[in-house]
Design a protein around this ligand. Structure first.
Ligand code: F6P
Length: 490
């Protein structure tokens, strides 16, 4: 039996016992943008928001996040709130406004030029800037003020997301110690040797230990965190129970592998909208009986995007019989484009695609089709369904939900998932073709293996993958966190 939205609703009713439920994240689940005279509501390309939206639809409550859309201010009431999702209006989104300078120091600067590369260890060095750190602290305080305002004199459970808000629980509890907080860290946690170069490591750890519960995707990240704490701070660690005690408070540290809304994705993928879109794509790109590969990523140096093109290049050189017979669609969502490393990566990818296509193209055929724009969930599902194989080649990833979305959308129980060993998802999705993105020759052979895999084998693997994601879905994830919290005497 897999968890459903109704199961989660029941659990919330019984365990949260009337507490106000507040989610806090940097990224908002719905962004209002104006195009011409119209205002559109866009779902951003973010694993975090895609995963948490179904939970909020089920639980209701308030989601506090940065209002980043150019029409966001036009849609809120005097308390900066708007009801979302537009088709259901089941929870409140409270928007926080940041100046360009705040966004630069807190989001682009400390979060994404320091913490992101520090935690991913993808061989892009972090840079630490004191002014960014000060802005990060100031913006965490802005979030804390908004949360405290929402809480008022109610009893509340605050569920904080990710590395942008490491100081938040302490700041909230300094004003209101009654609030129960849990935080989920959506990216990897590195070992202590790596973490120790951060000049403000102690403050970050102390901030995170303000939480009653701290979650990571996998046990390995929890172990790294506990080891980092033991080498950095004065505290007592109970390794049996995985609890850190410090300054009168205690934090339970546990793995909770995040997931997706399997049933909803599967239902949408089987719908008419997706089948029509598949037809449209076939016509637009003149597809006949080619083998289709797909990659769906934010353009980020942790995703190993160049590595998959190097592997494709090697594959076409090594197995020339496949020239003209394989088309790889790379769907790319521009991301953090004001950061220099990301600008460089964009140029590198453009050049590489040009080079590989130039080497092999003949007539109307070219091996890589690059679609660099925001696509609707229907369009992404259509590409997933058309694909003979999907490539996830992250150099390091906390979880990677694209892998789980691909599996959920394969209602036909076909298609091969090629998955980097260095994703959290690889620990669960062991029926994928696992690969090391740095080992280009073997990666090229894995593409061949995926293409040549007999249908029966593909289906057997996909069936097992689907059972896994269906069982360990997003409701199960949220349910385990809430049950764990209630075990703490919430
Ligand atoms: O992996 C952490 C994460 O927050 C993901 O959940 C999400 O896909 C990505 O980063 C989004 O990044 P941003 O919010 O910077 O666009």
């Amino acid at each position: 039996m897999s968890w459903t939205r109704e199961d989660l609703q029941e659990l919330v009713k019984s365990k949260l016992a009337g507490r106000l439920f507040i989610v806090v994240s940097n990224r908002e689940p719905y962004v209002h943008v104006s195009s011409g005279d119209e205002i559109q509501c866009v779902v951003p390309a973010s694993g975090l928001t895609v995963a948490l939206d179904p939970m909020m639809r089920a639980c209701g409550g308030v989601w506090v996040a940065h209002g980043s859309g150019n029409a966001d201010r036009e849609m809120v009431d005097e308390k900066n709130r708007v009801l979302v999702p537009p088709d259901e209006r089941s929870y409140s989104l409270r928007r926080i406004w940041l100046t360009a300078e705040e966004e630069e120091g807190y989001y682009l600067g400390f979060s994404n030029e320091a913490l992101w590369p520090l935690c991913h260890v993808a061989y892009t060095p972090p840079s630490f800037d004191e002014a960014d750190w000060n802005t990060y602290k100031r913006v965490n305080q802005l979030f804390a003020d908004a949360v405290l305002d929402e809480v008022g004199d109610k009893q509340a459970f605050v569920f904080i997301q990710d590395y942008h808000l490491a100081l938040l629980s302490r700041l909230i509890k300094a004003k209101n110690p009654e609030v129960v907080t849990a935080q989920f860290w959506h990216i990897p946690w590195p070992n202590s040797e790596v973490f120790r170069i951060c000049p403000w490591g102690e403050e970050l750890l102390d901030g995170l230990l303000g939480n009653d519960l701290l979650g990571f995707h996998i046990g390995y990240h929890c172990d790294n965190f506990l080891e980092t704490v033991s080498r950095t701070l004065e505290s007592k660690i109970d390794y049996e129970r995985s609890v850190v005690s410090r300054g009168g408070g205690a934090t339970l540290v546990r793995p909770f592998p995040i997931s997706v809304d399997f049933d909803r994705i599967a239902q949408d993928a089987a719908g008419r909208g997706v089948t029509e879109e598949m037809e449209r794509i076939r016509r637009k790109w003149g597809l006949n009986d080619e083998y289709i590969g797909v990659g769906v990523d934010r353009v980020d140096y942790t995703k190993g995007i160049p590595h998959r093109f190097w592997a494709l290049d090697k594959f076409l050189a090594k197995y020339p019989e496949y020239q003209g017979r394989v088309v790889f669609f790379q769907l790319a969502e521009p991301s953090r484009t004001h950061i220099r490393k990301y600008m460089e990566l964009n140029l590198e990818i453009d050049d590489l695609i040009e080079e590989v296509n130039w080497r092999y193209q003949s007539g109307r055929w070219k091996p890589i089709i690059y679609i660099k724009e925001h696509l609707s969930p229907i369009a992404v599902a259509a590409f997933h369904r058309l694909a003979h194989f999907c490539v996830v080649s992250s150099l390091h990833d906390g979880m990677n939900l694209v892998a789980k979305e691909f599996v959920s959308s394969r209602v036909d129980e076909d298609g091969v998932l090629m998955l980097s060993r260095f994703t959290g998802a690889a620990r669960e999705l062991t029926d994928a073709l696992l690969l090391n993105p740095y080992a280009i020759d073997r990666f090229a052979d894995t593409i061949k293996e995926a293409i040549e895999m007999p249908k029966r084998q593909r289906q057997a693997m996909m069936r097992k993958l689907r059972q896994n994601v269906q069982q360990n879905n997003i409701y199960q994830w949220a349910g385990s966190i809430i049950s764990e919290l209630s075990g703490l005497g919430l």
